[in-house]
Design a protein around this ligand. Structure first.
Ligand code: KG4
Ligand code: ZN
Length: 334
């Protein structure tokens, strides 16, 4: 007899990207994303505009995702969604749609934590890490060192005490007058720059926590001071400025990661979240892995930033253990 195939539709709507994915057993059939360009002109995500755009995008995106995956709604075994953390108005769109869809198809509902999903993206493709592994999760809202004991047993052993790494990238970019989200642009301009041209302070903190707010302030003062002397300082030195500040952010991320790996005696090291797309971070991790004999896990670029494929793989594991949600579930911002 044929074993039952498990087909799940997953929705991610925690911030400014609407994403829908379909997973069949452990295979992603389709992962669609509708990005919201509207926020660029405001220099950051405007929550109200984000929820409105999710509302406009979600139905057409689900339609095309089902079509591209070649899946009929009647073949779905469950509907999964991001329950939090994120912008409440954005989450609300995904949660409400998932509930209505599960109810109308009379199939289970699966709630997923966004940060756990970023980590579980490592289980989409081979090679998959075995437990336990250490994951540096770096996104626009979070920076955490997580010891992953099992699919859903995640121990946070370090975190930022102020800004997240992605936030630091975006704030630095804003000071340079680059559009939102600035992280990828800083990365792009840094490619042709000298990372050692300008020096920025790296906080000397005990333990495994991070801090990025001091770096952002010293960067602001540095730029203000230089612009007073030369009004074209930024334009004439953009590559070196980007490479140098990126170097300072990545250095702090890597130093604590090394410390954490030693402390928990773990040599399987992963990175996850939007900032794991950063080319300098990826290179630094590769360099450390050679020095320290680490087995490293770097996600494909499409699975670094927000996507529903990571929600889908997490939902697959919850389906296997029968962890379903009641219709009364509400999203959470934090
Ligand atoms: O995980 P994500 O897509 O959304 C959140 O859950 O926050 O992360 C978005 C963050 C933004 O701050 C963005 O600037 C940053 O990831 N980011 C990057 C790069 N790509 C995305 N930062 C630096 N270099 C990149 N290549
Ligand atoms: Zn994210």
């Amino acid at each position: 007899m044929n074993q039952k195939v498990i087909t799940i539709l997953a929705i991610e709507s925690s911030c400014d990207d609407t994403s829908v994915s379909i997973i069949q057993d452990e295979k992603i059939l389709c992962n669609s994303i509708a990005s919201q360009e509207i926020h660029k002109q405001y220099g950051g995500v405007v929550p109200e505009l984000a929820s409105r755009a999710h509302q406009q995008n979600i139905v057409p995106l689900i339609d095309t995702t089902l079509k591209n995956a070649g899946v009929n709604v009647k073949d779905l075994n469950a509907i999964a969604f991001t329950a939090g953390p994120g912008l409440i108005g954005s989450l609300m769109v995904g949660v409400s749609f998932a509930k209505a869809m599960a109810l109308s198809l009379n199939i289970p509902l699966i709630a997923i934590n966004h940060m756990q999903a970023h980590i579980l993206a490592h289980f989409i493709d081979e090679p998959k890490p075995s437990f336990p592994f250490l994951c540096l999760t770096v996104s626009g809202g979070h920076t955490q060192l997580v010891l992953v004991h099992a699919h859903f047993t995640h121990e946070v052993i370090g975190k930022t005490i102020d800004d997240a790494a992605g936030e630091a990238f975006d704030k630095v970019a804003k000071i340079l007058d680059l559009p939102y989200p600035g992280g990828p642009l800083v990365d792009k301009y840094a490619q042709n720059g000298n990372p050692n041209r300008f020096e920025f302070p790296i906080p000397n903190m005990d333990g495994l926590d991070y801090s990025f707010s001091g770096l952002k302030t010293s960067f602001l003062y540095f730029i203000q001071k230089q612009v007073k002397v030369d009004a074209n300082f930024v334009a004439n030195n953009l590559a070196d400025i980007c490479a140098s500040i990126q170097h300072a952010i990545v250095k702090q991320l890597i130093l604590k990661l090394i410390k954490a790996a030693k402390q928990v005696n773990c040599n399987q090291i992963a990175i996850a979240g939007g900032v794991s797309a950063n080319s300098a971070l990826r290179k630094a991790l590769e360099a450390e892995s050679k020095k320290r004999n680490w087995k490293i896990f770097i996600p494909k670029l499409e699975y670094c930033t927000d996507n529903a494929a990571m929600i889908a793989i997490a939902a697959h594991y919850k389906y296997l253990s029968g962890e379903f949600e009641e219709q009364s579930i509400a999203p959470y911002a934090r």
